[in-house]
Design a protein around this ligand. Structure first.
Ligand code: PLP
Length: 386
């Protein structure tokens, strides 16, 4: 029997993996608080310790510090502080440089004064302009220390950023690097040490874990400064409050199940390519955004001239297909996408784009049905515009 609804919005959230559900439910029955010394407390502590190791392994970050948070948003907020430093060193970041296509929790979620924050432009492809970054680093005043925030893959377009190259530039200036890997996780092999970043952000629900849990990974010598949430010594004093044990257990189980995601991505890339070819065949003016760049294999972001994006998303929904317009990360937000604007896409492009993101349960049947609906809604839209 076919699916009753087709879910093509994995970049917004991935359906819970059965392994994550099982681990989450089992953790609910642990019955202890990880701060308690008795047996149940020790069992809860052991679960968290294991989860920390599994999440570090998932990120290629063995030996690094994993701080569990309430999600990617909190982890980004925790990361971007002028108090950041290496153990035993006085240097602190004096300037925050953020790529113009970052998630809002990076663009707005930091603890730097506004006049200390500078956007790094991206090229028309959506890839960060490394030459502009180099020039910005060169132009820093005497004694200035940069903290650069660059995501590994963009949530709207799937465009992959040259994080290792950017980190090399930043290192030459004695700076710090933060990498939001929320969307790349489970779709690309993560390599915290290979990328040579100081901080990396993850979110469980993008890899089939539960919503409301994530992690900030920090290199072993990084000190985060004043915690955002105070009032307890949990997470090594970095984040107060009784740990979200079921969430953390579900997160770790999802990370183990997701692995590097590469096997799934080979299959998904084929589906994505068929989808893109079909989108363009039905509407020749349709533009696949970010196509010139290296992209996540699961993401299609496209604009169609003369078509209202919100109308398209609703038409797909009525036909039983979940897709989104640009980013669905901030609930119900409708407006120009800062990502498309940063890529210099004027007119229709800036008004929006439809984002289709595939995942582990996506199949041929989904692609065929999507293209049928696309053909219907696009010819209807063109007929009413004529
Ligand atoms: N960073 C990126 C790139 C995202 O796509 C999202 C999506 O929501 C977040 C951060 C925020 O993560 P969370 O939903 O766990 O707060």
């Amino acid at each position: 029997m076919g699916k009753t609804r087709i879910f093509l919005d994995y970049n917004a959230t991935a359906p819970l993996r059965p392994e994550a559900r099982a681990a989450l439910i089992a953790a609910c029955d642990t019955g202890g608080n990880a701060s308690s010394v008795h047996e149940q407390g020790r069992a809860a502590r052991a679960l968290i310790d294991h989860a920390r190791r599994d999440v570090a392994r998932f990120a290629g970050a063995a030996g690094a510090t994993v701080v569990f948070t309430s999600g990617g948003t909190e982890a980004n907020n925790l990361a971007l502080t002028p108090e950041l430093h290496r153990s035993g060193e006085a240097r602190r970041p004096t300037r925050l440089l953020v790529s113009a296509v970052e998630h809002p929790s990076v663009l707005h979620g930091h603890r730097f004064p506004a006049d200390r924050v500078t956007p790094i432009p991206v090229l028309a492809t959506g890839v960060v302009d490394l030459a502009a970054l180099a020039a910005m680093l060169d132009g820093l005043g005497e004694g200035e220390v940069p903290l650069v925030a660059l995501m590994l893959a963009n949530n709207e377009t799937g465009v992959i950023q040259p994080v290792a190259e950017a980190a090399r530039l930043v290192r030459a200036f004695g700076g710090f690097v933060q990498c939001d890997a929320v969307q790349a996780a489970g779709k690309l092999a993560l390599d915290f040490h290979g990328l040579d970043v100081d901080l990396m952000t993850l979110s469980a629900h993008k890899i089939g874990g539960p919503q409301g849990v994530g992690a900030l990974i920090a290199a072993a010598d990084i000190q985060l400064g004043t915690p955002l949430i105070r009032g307890g010594g949990q997470e090594g004093g970095r984040r107060a409050g009784t740990e979200n044990l079921p969430g953390i257990a579900g997160f770790a189980a999802a990370a183990r199940a997701a692995g590097d995601g590469l096997e799934d991505m080979t299959r998904i890339r084929r589906l994505r390519d068929r989808l893109e070819a079909g989108i363009e065949a039905a509407v020749p003016g349709a533009a696949i955004i970010g196509r010139e760049a290296e992209r996540l294999a699961n993401t299609v972001c496209f604009g169609a001239p003369g078509m209202e994006v919100e109308t398209l998303v609703i038409a797909f929904d009525l036909a039983g297909i979940a897709v989104s317009s640009g980013s669905a990360c901030s609930s119900g937000k409708v407006g120009p996408s800062h990502v498309l604007q940063a890529m210099g896409r004027g007119g229709e492009g800036v008004r929006g784009a439809v984002r289709v993101s595939l995942g582990r349960d996506s199949d041929e049947e989904d692609v065929v049905r999507f293209l049928e609906v696309w053909s219907e809604v696009s010819s209807r839209a063109r007929a009413s515009a004529a």
